[in-house]
Write a protein that binds this ligand. Structure first.
Ligand SMILES: Nc1ncnc2c1ncn2[C@@H]1O[C@H](COP(=O)(O)OP(=O)(O)OP(=O)(O)O)[C@@H](O)[C@H]1O
Length: 226
């Protein structure tokens, strides 16, 4: 589903953020991506979402090289990817419903289809009764779940999450992770960047560990001393 072949990323500043990174995340696989601050986690996610391009090497989604995707075709690739950010990036002046509907509005779906799919996504994250509220009226955990509903409303086969539990307490973090597990159970590939080694240890999923831009470990969680 997602394959990195010897990927390097050197930013314009000259900083070598990723060095010869290779891995393969299969269809329906769930994994954590971890490493120290500045190790390259966000850079790796950005390469998958075509927010950045590799300097060397190749990123493949479903066997298609992203190197061949022109600017015009980026939206078609992004359609397959739901992205969740730590700060959820919700529109504060729009109700929950509108926030979740946004990707479908952009895609030009009918009102009827939008109502149906947004209700299904909100139901999935347990927020159907809060559809008319503004994000500021919700707790941090609820706001994060709105971000998740927005990311999955188009039913993407890939979910990327960048520190999705960063501001949440352990119980709420676990709730969010359980949601990802539910999507994963219906064959969605999930890649979660996180610093939270406690959470990783509890979940026992494959863990990709970056260290100074290199793939330092790929397996179960590396030692917490990292
Ligand atoms: N647009 C950019 N231009 C120049 N350097 C960048 C850019 N984005 C990231 N970097 C640098 O690349 C390195 C990796 O950054 P990245 O954000 O991928 O790390 P990270 O592992 O996600 O860190 P954190 O956990 O702190 O978010 C850092 O040293 C960062 O300063």
């Amino acid at each position: 589903m997602i394959r990195f072949d010897n990927v390097d990323k050197v930013y314009g500043s000259g900083h070598h953020a990723l060095k010869n990174v290779s891995f393969h995340l299969k269809k329906g696989e769930m994994a954590f991506l971890t490493g120290h601050s500045g190790a390259g986690k966000s850079t790796l996610l950005k390469l998958i979402a075509l927010l950045e391009r590799p300097t060397n090497g190749n990123v493949f989604i479903n066997g298609h090289s992203l190197n061949t995707v022109t600017r015009r075709h980026i939206p078609y690739v992004r359609r397959d990817i739901g992205i969740i950010f730590q700060d959820h990036r919700l529109l504060t002046d729009r109700p929950v419903f509108d926030n979740v509907a946004l990707p479908m509005v952009i895609e030009g779906y009918s009102h009827q289809e939008i109502r149906r799919r947004v209700a299904a996504a909100l139901d999935k994250v347990g927020l159907l009764d809060k559809a008319r509220l503004l994000p500021s009226m919700l707790s941090g955990g609820e706001q994060q779940r709105v971000g998740i509903a927005r990311a999955v409303v188009n039913k993407p086969p890939i979910i990327l999450a960048d520190e999705p539990t960063g501001n949440l307490d352990p119980a709420l973090s676990m709730e969010i992770l359980r949601l990802f597990e539910e999507f994963n159970r219906v064959d969605v590939a999930v890649l979660i960047a996180t610093h939270d080694l406690g959470l990783i240890a509890r979940m026992r999923y494959r863990t990709l560990t970056l260290r100074e831009g290199q793939m330092f470990n790929d397996g179960l969680a590396a030692e917490p001393s990292l």
